[in-house]
Design a protein around this ligand. Structure first.
Ligand code: HSX
Length: 184
């Protein structure tokens, strides 16, 4: 956790939408954090303050499709490093590596351009939310296929009851999240 008051401020601006996208699901909607200029700045600065520390400064930020693009690209810009998108299959034009992972029903595939990172690059991997952890784990595997090191995974929201953050940490990936929702 970053800082209690910042955490609480951000939590208050996350909208919970009941029964979306399916009955019984409480969707944690981060769009209200983005639409208010002050909240957006507090959000981005929470990440930038952490990763501008020379010990934690990445070579590249990788964002997961699609909300990871919104925050990841701004964080990369502020840190003065490059940004690379990890996209759902079929969206990237150049040669890619791909990784398929299981969803609750079916599977999904994500892709990354083969020249997106260099061997040995220290990469910060960003998404809006960690639920089962499948998406972030797939992103980590893609970056590692190209010889990069994912130095940390970061997200605005963690849903720990779904087990994703524990699974990611158990795989050796350090995680940084700002808001933790115990009920899902
Ligand atoms: C949501 O699913 C978020 O935006 C993330 O990209 C992803 C998190 O779910 P999970 O892969 O951790 O279960 O659409």
């Amino acid at each position: 956790m970053y800082n209690t008051s910042v955490n609480q401020y951000l939590r208050e601006h996350i909208r919970t939408v009941m029964d979306w996208p399916a009955p019984g699901v409480q969707f944690r909607d981060i769009t209200p954090l983005l639409q208010d200029a002050k909240v957006f700045r507090v959000l981005i600065d929470a990440f930038v303050h952490r990763y501008m520390d020379p010990a934690l400064r990445p070579d590249v930020v990788a964002g997961l499709d699609a909300r990871g693009f919104i925050i990841g690209s701004v964080i990369a810009y502020e840190l003065g490093v490059g940004f690379v998108p990890i996209r759902k299959k079929g969206k990237l034009p150049f040669t890619t590596v791909e990784e398929t992972y299981e969803l609750e029903y079916g599977s999904a595939t994500v892709e990354l351009h083969v020249d997106a990172v260099k061997v040995g690059h220290r990469v910060l991997l960003i998404d809006d939310l960690i639920a089962t952890g499948g998406t972030m784990m797939a992103g980590k595997k893609l970056l590692e296929k190209l010889g990069a090191e994912v130095m940390e995974g970061a997200a605005i929201v963690d849903l720990p009851e779904l087990g994703g953050s524990a699974k990611l940490r158990a795989s050796g990936l350090p995680l940084f999240t700002l808001v933790n929702f115990e009920g899902v």
